[in-house]
Structures are given as C-alpha cells and as structure tokens.
Design a protein around this ligand. Structure first.
Ligand SMILES: C[S@@+](CC[C@H](N)C(=O)[O-])C[C@H]1O[C@@H](n2cnc3c(N)ncnc32)[C@H](O)[C@@H]1O
Length: 250
C-alpha cells in the first residue's frame, strides 16, 4: 500500500498507513504496527466533497431521527394511550406496511396516525406520490412536522375515529389504500369495528386497510363477515416486535 494512505476501522475511526509499500509476506503485521490515528497527524487527508456530503447527510438523518424520537417520547409521556408507543416504528415495520399498498392503483392513500412519519416515508419510497397522501393525525406538533416534511400531502389534524365526517368532503375519489398505526387496542371493540366500516366506505372495493399492532391477535375480529383478513409474519426486527394485519372488503 502506498505511503500515507487512509484506512477506516470497523467503528469508522480513520487510520493512516505510513511507510513502505506492502509485500505479501508479513504485510499484516507491518500494517498493524504502522497504523496511526489520523487525529494525531498534523494534516489528515481531506475527504472528497462527495464523501463529505454523504457523511453530513448521514449525520443529519441521525439527528432528525433522534429529534423525532424525542418528540415521540414527549408525546407518549403526555398522552401514553393516544400515542400508543414509546418510539416511532422502525424502518422494517414501516416498509412491511407500505408493501401492501399498490402505488399504481388510482386514488388517494390515507394514513391514520402518521406520528413523525416513518410509515409516510416508507410509502413515498415505495412509490406513492406525496400529493396523493391524506395524513390524519391528532397531535398538533406531529401535524406541523408532517406539513414541513410533506408540503404536497394533505395533513388533517383531527380524530381518526371520526373518519367519515372528517374526510367525506375532502375525498373526490375512493382511496386506493388506508394505512393505520392507530393504537386500536386501547379502544373498545365497537369503536374499532366502526372505524373499519367507515374506512371501507371511503375506499375502492378490495382496497387494503393496513394496520400494525404489537398485540398477538387481530384488532378487528375475523368473525366480521364483510371483510377478509390477512396477517403478516411477526416483524421481529421492530422494537417491540409487531405484526401487520390487512383487511379488505369482500
Ligand atoms: C403508535 S403511534 C404511530 C406513529 C407512526 N405512524 C409510527 O409508526 O411511528 C400512533 C399515532 O397515532 C396518533 N393518534 C392516536 N389517536 C389518534 C386519533 N384518534 N386520531 C388521529 N391520530 C391519532 C398518535 O398521535 C400517534 O402519532
């Protein structure tokens, strides 16, 4: 290896390799002995501008995620039952939910309880244009955040359990899908059943009502004859593990 080149350790610490070119024999031992932390060098090699931008973006993402977690925790402390979780959903769970939405299907995509927007982000990455999103959120702080992040989406601040009065005048065509992170299990069964019945009225025939839950059972009873029910595998990567349920009108 050429004199003065830079290596990174698995934890990201930059190290420079000083000295002669490597030869196959004994190069590992020589390299290890000659590794010097860049921070202790007088003039560490500057990062390429593109690498700098990527590093800054990674850092910005981390800061934003941390900021979201703080907002979320604050909301949970103030209203634990309505917030329904201590932390925003993880990316894998959000992606699992988004995959049940067909982005080529016409019509708006409704999201209930978007919070700080992890599922919203997964929907957009999955190909749903932000202007098709109708985001119904109770918490005014989350609504402000969502309006900043998704200026093209329609953000409705209100109670999702009053779905029809809230959205009827807004919806010009049936929804292609509805994705919900509402903490349904904190509500009486009749409220949950009314929610899905109201939702199906706003949706295209057979469009999916996608719901995640930490509970081991379906939040909407399978016995309801007017819907079909599908359950995903448990998403172990989420903390806590969660399952995605998909309901469709028959
Ligand atoms: C479990 S969190 C999920 C947030 C986000 N989707 C996520 O996956 O991280 C539930 C969200 O639903 C919102 N919420 C709870 N009850 C609501 C209601 N009746 N109407 C609208 N939003 C509600 C909460 O404010 C919170 O943002």
């Amino acid at each position: 290896m050429a004199s003065g080149s830079v290596r990174r350790t698995s934890n990201g610490t930059a190290l420079t390799v000083s000295g002669r070119r490597s030869t196959p024999e004994g190069s590992a031992a020589r390299s290890a002995a000659s590794l010097v932390p860049v921070s202790s060098m007088p003039n560490p090699m500057p990062l390429h501008p593109v690498a700098t931008r990527v590093a800054k973006k990674g850092l910005l993402d981390k800061v934003l995620r941390f900021d979201d977690e703080v907002h979320f925790l604050k909301s949970w402390i103030e209203k634990p039952l309505a917030t329904g979780a201590v932390m925003p959903s993880g990316r894998i769970l959000a992606r699992t939910m988004a995959r049940y939405v067909d982005p080529t299907q016409d019509g708006p995509v409704i999201e209930l309880g978007p919070g700080t927007g992890p599922v919203t982000e997964a929907l957009v990455r999955h190909g749903v244009e932000p202007r098709r999103l109708v985001l119904v959120e109770f918490n005014p702080t989350f609504c402000r955040l969502l309006r900043t992040r998704y200026p093209e989406a329609t953000v409705v601040q209100g109670d999702a359990y009053r779905l029809r009065p809230l959205l009827s005048s807004l919806m010009k065509e049936p929804a292609a899908a509805l994705v919900s992170s509402l903490p349904l299990m904190t509500k009486p069964l009749r409220t949950r059943v009314r929610l899905i019945s109201d939702a199906l009225h706003l949706m295209a025939p057979h469009a999916p009502f996608v719901q995640f839950t930490y509970a081991m059972v379906t939040p909407i009873p399978k016995a309801t004859s007017s819907i079909t029910v599908h359950a995903s595998d448990l998403v172990w990567a989420n903390v806590p593990p969660a399952r995605v349920w998909v309901y469709r009108g028959r």
